[in-house]
Design a protein around this ligand. Structure first.
Ligand code: ADP
Ligand code: MG
Length: 256
């Protein structure tokens, strides 16, 4: 059994890409239990690629991703399923099924991965939607609620199986600043009250400063981590010009 003070995720020497193109090279970092950990970087820097490798969706060319004591890169069969049961994911494209109500969307993972009966599943789906403030909207179709509410419902669906770890890929993409701030507040509340570890991909600075305990910044020029730690410290003290540029929203001097 993993100890409490052990990191919940250990990424070691991960090299990954597509076909012959290397996107990330020899990347290593830890995610601590219960923290809100943010992966940031410019468009195309490999944030989604890193996330997909951390959840075992893509296989790296080398390296390991140890989740709660087990390496998802090599795990197969039941061992793999056991790891996957611990994680919930909201993909960047992670839309709800439009023809299904919010409750039906949240029921899906429960129907697929548990032996619970219909009433139990209904109850859990309702509880999860309550948790994200959507108790009044369980019977609505996605198109009948706002973009922010759709994101919250997608988070409820990702939490259906009570994951220890939640991965969110650009949760506030396409939301206005106020809705985005509400989503940040929800994420923070869920992390603090449930002890869920969050790994969030974003490049939205207000979000990063609002919720991140720690960040790593990936950069396509080095194919790796160029900064790691507390976002305010990085903004104020980093001696890396790319990092300062990013945090101060300065345009790039030259195209890379
Ligand atoms: P980010 O999420 O930081 O915007 P991605 O991880 O999506 O970046 O992409 C990193 C790089 O990998 C980009 O150059 C992108 O075009 C490329 N890429 C992403 N997905 C694929 C794929 N399935 N096949 C080939 N190249 C990809
Ligand atoms: Mg992405």
């Amino acid at each position: 059994m993993a100890r409490d003070d052990e990191p919940i995720i250990e990424v070691r020497d991960l090299t990954a890409g597509y076909d012959d193109v290397v996107i990330l090279e020899h990347v290593s970092f830890d995610v601590r239990r219960g923290e809100i950990f943010v992966i940031l970087g410019g468009s195309g820097s490999g944030k989604s690629t890193l996330l997909k490798h951390m959840i075992g969706l893509d296989e790296p060319s080398s390296g390991s991703v140890v989740i709660d004591g087990a390496d998802i890169v090599v795990a197969e069969g039941d061992a793999r399923r056991e790891i996957l049961r611990k994680i919930g994911v909201m993909y960047q494209s992670g839309a709800l099924f439009g023809s299904m109500t919010l409750a039906e969307n949240v029921r899906l993972p429960l129907e697929e991965y548990t032996d619970l009966d219909g009433d139990e599943i209904e109850l859990i789906a309702r509880m999860k939607l309550e948790l994200v403030g959507l108790a009044q909207f369980t019977g609505h179709l996605p198109a009948e609620v706002s973009g922010g509410m759709q994101k919250r419902a997608a988070i409820a669906r990702a939490m259906a199986l009570d994951p220890k770890i939640l991965f969110l890929d650009e949760p506030s993409a396409g939301l206005d600043p106020i809705t985005s701030a509400e989503l940040d507040a929800l994420i923070k509340r869920l992390a603090r009250s449930l002890g869920v570890t969050f790994i969030i991909v974003t490049h939205e600075l207000p979000s990063i400063f609002a919720i991140a305990d720690r960040v790593i910044m990936v950069d396509r020029r080095t194919r790796g981590i160029v900064a790691e730690g507390d976002p305010r410290r990085l903004r104020d003290q980093s001696d890396n010009p790319w990092v300062r540029q990013f945090f101060r929203r300065e345009p790039e001097a030259q195209p890379a």
